[in-house]
Design a protein around this ligand. Sequence first.
Ligand code: ADP
Ligand code: ADP
Length: 225
Amino acid sequence: MASIELEGLVKRYGLTTAVHGIDLTIKDGEFVVFVGPSGCGKSTTLRMIAGLEDISGGVLRIGDDVVNQREPKQRNIAMVFQNYAIYPHMTVGQNIGFGLYTSKLSKAEKRTRILEAAEVLGLEDLLERRPAALSGGQRQRVAIGRAMVRDPVAFLFDEPLSNLDAQLRSAMRIEIKRLHQRLGTTIVYVTHDQIEAMTMADRIVVMRDGRILQVGSPTELYENP
Ligand code: ADP
Ligand code: ADP
């Protein structure tokens, strides 16, 4: 687990500035949700934290370390996308275990991690199934399981529920929140859905045009919109 600190973080794409020097400290174990309209810089910020996008300016710290130059793998942060890539030819267990593909852990240790993740996610009875036999929500959980087995210091979610129907979205909101309560891992979550932000966040960060407009708990923002 670790805190994540953004200090004057900037992202430029050529002449366009997508993120204009934002400051934010995400506490160890905190669930922070970035909200704001499409194009305001949420994804870019998340991708800089993950190491999928070069940082144009400022400092990014994970724990006590400046990680601006670190490869994504060395940051030990798990990213869950909306288009979760799970492999149709592999079983649920194999898909989750794929997160440990390059790991040097023993076979027994890998097996334990897969079972633990499956249990937390309620997939323990589905380990031998293939993705085609799963619901959308179960597939989403497999993708989360694959990230979980790596024991990351933080999870980053980029609009993970936007492809799901309303009923499933509401169920998954509860599941992701419960996952956070169980694991206590830092979570940074990007969405344009106000309900997701209000129901899941410890703190909400409102972005507009590459800047932070407001930061506060759901209650604070509800009372001072
Ligand atoms: P959001 O996630 O809030 O929808 P993004 O972070 O995706 O916003 O985008 C922020 C801004 O940066 C937008 O104006 C977008 O067009 C621009 N942008 C994002 N990615 C690129 C890229 N690879 N090249 C150029 N501009 C980009
Ligand atoms: P999101 O809303 O999730 O950020 P987008 O549809 O804005 O998704 O972007 C999808 C992909 O296209 C991202 O990899 C982003 O970096 C890239 N992208 C977004 N805007 C631009 C742009 N103006 N020029 C080039 N690439 C872009």
